[in-house]
Ligand binder design. Structure first.
Ligand code: HMG
Ligand code: MG
Length: 304
């Protein structure tokens, strides 16, 4: 399999990246981050989530953030929705894409969205139908596609099962998510392969957290299968409050650097992306987790 010539990246930093932050991040900072990402050429940005503010306080400003973005007509703004209440708020906020999020592990489903896998699918069914009827694209995320913080290793058959259910209810694109970053390339390939039983290669997304330092290798492994959609997070921000110990997604800067080096188009300006990462890292008062950004920032220092 030849690797794809173009890769579509969704930056999930404003949502996955910031949802786990303990310190309050003002809406204005989130808006500025989104602006900088679109200025760097990102065409798909996961801005926020319309979830219960009791469960994820950091995303309570969802509508304000969506409202504050100076939108670009060629950028898609996505939001997570767990139920009809979330969808209604996301539609009112003019989300272009909504993401329903389920799991391949029962325990994680209960911890994260307070229901079983089967119940989550029944909850998503009317959400997906209403979103599609409103002309909004629908993605689905399958958390714990490789491993679960509560159940341990997750069999690919579980991923296939959830992918099949998501397909049945009309989800258009499915994300194979290594929530806690335990996957290694062959395990990730098996999970992607399981999703491919129900979704074609153009509708499968890799969403890899980097907890064990494997996310870039896992990205390459998925790329070699022909996967060309990835969720990544600027500055490597991220984590899930209901997956203890999980760290950020693979850094967008690292993935773009990898792809550029391999001659794969992304449409993203790496230097502008590094600036976006530096902006949010400065606000959070810690160094970027992106190795490529660290190197490029150091190089800038040497040349001034
Ligand atoms: P629940 O408590 O079972 O909900 O939570 P409920 O329906 O019984 O409602 C209880 C209260 O929540 C009510 O308010 C509702 O109005 C309110 P009250 O009457 O008590 O004042 N509520 C809402 N408020 C705002 N927006 C909503 C909403 N829904 C209910 N949409 C629920 C169930 C799903 C709501 C909750 O568990 C929840 O919000 N979970 C979200 C957890 C989350 O956001 N996790 C992180 C995102 S997933 C992730 O990061 C993984 C991913 O990156 C992929 C990967 O890496 O694996 C995507
Ligand atoms: Mg995630």
């Amino acid at each position: 399999m030849a690797i794809p010539r173009f890769v579509h990246i969704t930056d999930v930093g404003p949502r996955d990246g910031l949802q786990n932050e303990k310190q309050p991040v003002p809406a204005a900072v989130k808006i500025e981050l989104v602006q900088r990402l679109q200025a760097a050429g990102l065409k798909d940005i996961e801005v926020t989530s319309f979830v219960s503010p009791r469960w994820v306080p950091q995303m309570a400003d969802n509508a304000e953030v969506m409202r504050g973005i100076a939108r670009s007509s060629d950028v898609h703004y996505a939001a997570l929705v767990p139920n009809m209440q979330g969808l209604e708020a996301a539609l009112a906020a003019r989300a272009d894409t909504v993401v329903v999020f389920g799991a391949a592990s029962e325990a994680f489903s209960q911890k994260n969205i307070n229901c079983s896998i089967a119940e989550s699918i029944e909850r998503f069914r009317p959400v997906v139908a209403a979103a599609l009827a409103a002309g909004v694209a629908v993605r689905g995320a399958i958390s714990c596609a490789v491993g679960c913080p509560y159940e341990g290793a997750v069999a690919p058959a579980r991923v296939a099962m959830v992918a099949g259910l998501m397909r049945q209810i009309g989800v258009q694109q499915v994300g194979v998510a290594d929530t806690i970053g335990v996957g290694t390339p062959r395990a990730v390939q098996a999970a992607v392969d399981a999703a491919l039983q129900h979704f074609n290669i153009d509708t499968v997304t890799g969403h890899f957290h980097d907890t064990y330092g494997q996310a870039l290798a896992n990205t390459l492994a998925a790329l070699e299968m022909g996967v060309w959609h990835f969720d990544t997070s600027v500055a490597g921000l991220g984590g899930c409050p209901y997956a203890k110990g999980a760290t950020g997604n693979v850094a967008t800067e690292d993935v773009v650097y990898l792809l550029q080096g391999m001659g794969v188009e992304t449409g993203i300006d790496l230097e502008a992306l590094v600036d976006a990462g530096a902006y949010i890292s400065h606000f959070l008062n810690r160094p970027t987790l992106s190795r490529a950004a660290t190197a490029l920032l150091a190089k800038r220092q040497r040349t001034v």
